[in-house]
Design a protein. Structure first.
Length: 494
């Protein structure tokens, strides 16, 4: 029985109905959403033919459904068994294969990969030979080039993995090479994942899809998943068609990705949810299928040097408290809010996997379009129904200022921008140029935010407690580069 004595199936069906009838569109204002929409309204609005959803609750897959059609203009409905391209979610599934071999002592995360490679080598640069490890490849800290891959039309010749790594025809990307010092900084690299793919092939001397089938897919019961590229003919009838623009089917139905570890997994939302459930169960202390708790914890630990210090207190490095592990990204701090995730985008497909490690909740969403916003709306609806932690911005606590007039004055930047801060009845207003005064609300004695726009201000004090400067930040801070671009610092003029 489910809640309030309702039969469990009816309870789950009701939850599904609430999810698909309560999508929350984003607005231009941070933390504010438009009126709830239905999934079918948004599929039409975003010109997305189909979507596949799997929801994890209480450490198991609670439901999986398909909605819409496999290809625009057809009646072939999306089902839980419909295949989608997982795109970059191929990477964390691949990382499980690497970590199995590490766990078995057949690979070392910190060994120079050139000691494993036989058919290709990380190239030297002049007389300098970079040292690259599997730990760096799986955490995107190896300093390697090539962010992602565009794929190939079905009619085009396909390169071998070595041709991709060398950037040789018919490869459509440049060669993969080190151009910054390995091990120091995070930089996403599908090229690096392709190097790791070649490590496994050279070590095991088997075709890559067979390696993945043996090491990961079969043990997890992922019977609707394959890394084979191109997709075998007997699988094609179950495959969704890519729609990269305005609901128009891609010529040839989908692109081919010979860079299999980085982008080549064909799968279902249900099969990806099986990955999430396995990790959840192992972390909970249940008997593992293959990967030990120690192995999974290592995958979900910060790997970037500047992230490891104080990692038990907070996780930083990618903005918003996120960090890169081995294959997965993670964040949310310690406790119920901690989650691991990965997203994916191939031509005409997008996908997202998000799993809360300690409370046994999560979801996988896969679309046969490029509409990332729709994917986020569905995730928000699931988060709302299943009470996920910290998905929605918490309302800020506004305090009462003790001396609002002490902030008043004229603030000038070195380039000549002027901001006038005034106090009215204990409230603070800022005027920029000819704009009307805009009210800012205090969350502390030095931090303020505007309700009307995505703007915040902070003040600085000298040793005597006098306000000396103000920093204005707009649209939030999503990276260090944006922080530098979007913040304005002004000195107070007496």
């Amino acid at each position: 029985m489910g809640k309030r004595g309702i039969p469990m199936q009816q309870s789950v069906d009701e939850r599904i109905e609430r999810v698909i009838n309560h999508l929350l569109p984003a607005t231009a204002l941070e933390g504010k959403f438009g009126s709830p929409k239905t999934l079918y309204e948004q599929l039409a609005y975003y010109r997305t033919p189909g979507i596949s959803i799997a929801v994890i609750n209480d450490f198991e897959i609670e439901w999986a459904r398909g909605f819409g059609v496999c290809e625009a203009g057809t009646k072939s409905e999306v089902t839980p068994d419909t295949l989608f391209q997982a795109a970059s979610i191929s990477k964390p599934v691949f990382a499980l294969a690497v970590m199995r071999l590490v766990q078995e002592g057949r690979l070392n995360l910190d060994e120079d990969v050139n000691n494993y490679l036989t058919s290709w080598r990380v190239p030297a640069i002049g007389d300098w030979q970079p040292r690259v490890t599997l730990r760096q490849l799986l955490s995107h800290t190896a300093g390697l080039t090539i962010h992602g891959f565009p794929g190939y039309r079905n009619s085009e010749p396909l390169p071998t993995t070595v041709q991709v790594l060398n950037g040789e025809p018919p490869a459509n990307t440049d060669k993969v090479q080190v151009n910054i010092i390995p091990g120091l900084h995070y930089r996403y690299s599908g090229g690096g994942t392709t190097v790791a793919q070649q490590v496994l092939v050279d070590l095991l001397l088997q075709p890559f899809p067979e390696i993945m089938r043996e090491l990961v897919l079969d043990p997890l019961g992922m019977t609707n998943s394959t890394y084979q590229q191109p997709l075998p003919n007997d699988w094609l009838a179950r495959a969704a068609t890519a729609h990269p623009f305005s609901g128009i089917p891609l010529e040839g139905k989908h692109h081919v990705y010979p860079e299999m570890a980085a982008a080549g997994l064909w799968t279902t939302a249900s099969d990806l949810a099986k990955v999430g459930v396995e990790l959840l169960r192992v972390l909970r202390g249940l008997p593992p299928t293959v990967w030990s708790k120690q192995t999974i914890e290592e995958m979900l630990r910060p790997q970037q040097p500047e992230q490891t210090q104080g990692a038990n207190q907070s996780f930083v490095g990618l903005g918003n408290g996120l960090f890169v592990g081995l294959g997965f990204f993670a964040g949310g701090g310690i406790g119920d809010g901690f989650y691991f995730f990965h997203s994916g985008r191939n031509e005409g497909f997008v996908s997202l996997m998000r799993v809360y490690a300690h409370i046994g909740k999560g979801a996988v969403v896969m679309l046969n379009s490029d509409e990332i916003e729709l994917m986020q709306e569905v995730m928000r609806a699931i988060a709302l129904e299943y009470d996920w932690p910290d998905v929605f911005p918490q309302e800020k606590t506004i305090i009462t200022l003790s001396q609002a007039q002490s902030y008043s004055g004229l603030y000038l930047t070195k380039s000549g921008l002027q901001f006038k801060v005034v106090s009215r009845d204990g409230n603070l207003f800022l005027q920029s140029g000819l704009q009307p005064p805009l009210q800012f609300f205090p969350t502390s004695e030095l931090e303020f935010f505007a309700k009307a726009v995505n703007t915040s201000i902070s003040f600085e004090k000298d040793d005597a407690g006098n306000i000396t400067a103000m920093t204005l930040s707009q649209t939030g801070v999503t990276s260090l580069r944006q922080q530098a671009d979007e913040q304005i610092r002004a000195e107070r003029q007496e």
